[in-house]
Design a binder for this molecule. Structure first.
Ligand SMILES: [Zn+2]
Length: 331
């Protein structure tokens, strides 16, 4: 199906770059409902797109069934609707895109840019370079494979061969960035041993095919960016621009878990949630906006959008929306 489709997508990307219309996106993983951190990413990408009079697309990143929760995708979409974050065009679901991902893999194989690997996660986790990494974190792969398991000869992952050099890019919120993937991750997985396509591949193929040239997302994905640039370069796609927005943390600086921020999203109405997210993004919503409906808050947000409100900010505590909610009820 998508042989012709992906090549026309590349041409579209080239054309889009010449004209440079703004097209942004929000791409949640359906592992649960939107929490405050994902609301911030959705709102920032929406405002950046609308402030540029651009399009804003939504893509559901459902390529990893074990991480997903049934019903979560529909729950996220209905939350976005309730927040007034209306998207353009159809929602793209990654679970429908395997042909496009396999086309990309086939091209990289033909170019000799992939290596087969039978390393188990356990064997990689035991390496000194990986001992400090948290469970679930991406692991470093050394130049030579380790721990080849008998009986797994037919099952292998495909990893991108990465050059030992700094990948540099200018983040529109965080400034100049640089990362050497060979040192931080080594050759990294594009198709897993279980046959599933890796996030780092799917996100790049989909952004190119959807003509996305401007990505606004949370700081937790900053460390993925050099790897995604390598995949773009390997596939001959246009480079895109990045803006990484601060990560919501609790008072002790830890990344929020879904239960931590439940009060912000579960108890507050849509207008108040959006106002809290605006404040988090350094947008200084006026006092009366905290009592407004979602549409009015978004209208103010687009008209007053100032990305320098979070320039250089990597984390921020969640605003006390509970206090705001109480003030609203008293007022
Ligand atoms: Zn290996």
């Amino acid at each position: 199906m998508s042989g012709a489709k992906s090549s026309s997508a590349i041409e579209t990307t080239g054309t889009a770059e010449a004209v440079r219309p703004y097209r942004g996106r929000f791409a949640p993983t359906p592992s649960g409902p939107l929490h405050f951190g994902s609301l911030v990413a959705a709102l920032a990408s929406y405002l950046e797109a609308r402030a540029h009079r651009g399009e804003w697309l939504v893509r559901i990143e459902d390529i990893d069934p074990p991480r997903e929760r049934p019903g979560a995708a529909d729950q996220i979409l209905s939350q976005l609707e309730r927040l007034g974050l209306h998207w353009d065009g159809p929602v793209l679901r990654q679970s429908t895109r395997n042909d496009a991902y396999q086309d990309a893999i086939d091209r990289l194989l033909r170019l000799g840019m992939l290596r087969r690997c039978t390393c188990s996660r356990a064997a990689l986790a035991a390496l000194p370079e990986n001992r400090a990494r948290a469970p679930g974190e991406d692991l470093y792969h050394p130049a030579e494979c380790v721990g080849i398991e008998p009986g797994l000869a037919g099952r292998h992952a495909l990893r991108l061969r990465v050059p030992d050099r700094d990948i540099e890019f200018l983040d529109r919120a965080q400034g100049p960035q640089s990362g050497n993937v060979a040192r931080t991750h080594g050759d990294f997985v594009l198709r897993r041993r279980d046959g599933l396509y890796a996030y780092q591949l799917a996100v790049v193929v989909d952004d190119a095919s959807q003509g996305i040239l401007d990505i606004v997302r949370g700081m937790d994905l900053l460390t993925s960016t050099p790897r995604q640039i390598l995949v773009q370069d390997a596939l001959g796609f246009a480079r895109v621009s990045y803006m990484h927005v601060p990560l919501a943390v609790d008072e002790s600086g830890r990344k929020l878990s879904k239960s931590d921020d439940a009060p912000v999203v579960a108890l507050a109405g849509p207008g108040l949630q959006l106002a809290a997210a605006l404040e988090f993004l350094g947008q200084r919503p006026p006092a009366d906006l905290w009592r407004a409906g979602a549409a009015e808050v978004l209208q103010w947000g687009v008209a007053n959008w100032r990305p320098d409100g979070f320039e250089g900010v990597t984390t921020r505590p969640v605003p006390d929306a509970g206090r705001r909610e109480a003030a609203k009820q008293e007022g």
